[in-house]
Design a protein around this ligand. Sequence first.
Ligand code: PMV
Length: 334
Amino acid sequence: MIYSSAPGKFVVMGEHAVVYGKPALALAIDMRFTLRMAPGKTFRVNGKPATNATMSPHMRWISQAHGNQPVSVFIDGRVPAGSGLGSSAALSAAYSGAVRTLSGESADHESVARESYEAEFAAQGRGSPMDTSAACNGGGVALNVPYAKKDLLWHIEKNGNAWDVSRFDVPEMTFVIGNTGIRAATGPLVEKVRKYREESEFAYNIVEEIGQLTLDGMKCITSNDWVELGTLMSYNHRLLGILGVSCPELDSLVEAALPTSYGAKLTGSGGGGCMVALTDKPEQTAAAIRAAGGTPYIVKTGVPGLEVKVREKKPANQGKKKNPRKSKRDEPSE
Ligand code: PMV
């Protein structure tokens, strides 16, 4: 039996612009996808035959890359889907880690980050390796931040873009995430920005500005300047709004959070999903988000990335006292 888990993430700054090789910073959070997997006769998810609804294109892509060996997988997903918190990346990383281990291949962070990014790219047709890198490495990951390159984790190239993905440890900061409850798929929003940026010099320049803003924000982190970082995050939100990826519900959660926080912005692809606020009054910010109709989560960062463990099934009766009344039907079946 393979046990595998990987965290979701939020983006401090730089989403969308990172797709074009601009800098970004993502932090893994204490919301994880946990799964257990065993070889099976047919594909089964949570005890039922796999369907298109229960087995995502990412999972299918990864299984196919390893010879389509049928597996039975039980998934416990604590990252809300379509909410900008990297749920598909966390699932892909956990699934890839488990399938690779089952196939006798290495499930080291870099191999899984590369494979789960390929699965994401195939499913979405676009995107950066930010989410899958955060899911595998955990902690903080900086993309294309020149001075972070001393802690380079991996270099990934795709579709004419290139990313230096580096480990970036951040000091203690408190973030509150607010979920609008509106699910929005990443692919169409990334496509919307791609089209706008391609057709308009104005949008092209906004993407460039987000890149520069992110570098400025990272300097604030290094100097513990939360006031300036918050200001830059709020400005980042306005730029994302101009690119057309915010929505009234996100704007209203950001507005609600601002009086008790240093700054706030949407996180992830937008169009719904979540916003994030940097605050030192987490309870008050969470209450303001709730009062504005959102679901708040006070998140913990600095969490571990992908973890894969193998536990051999004990042969029947080993190490167990015989219980004559327990029938075979009591054994868990995968
Ligand atoms: O909404 P999420 O969690 O899939 O995050 C998407 C982040 C983008 O920058 C918009 C896309 C990407 O692939 O980097």
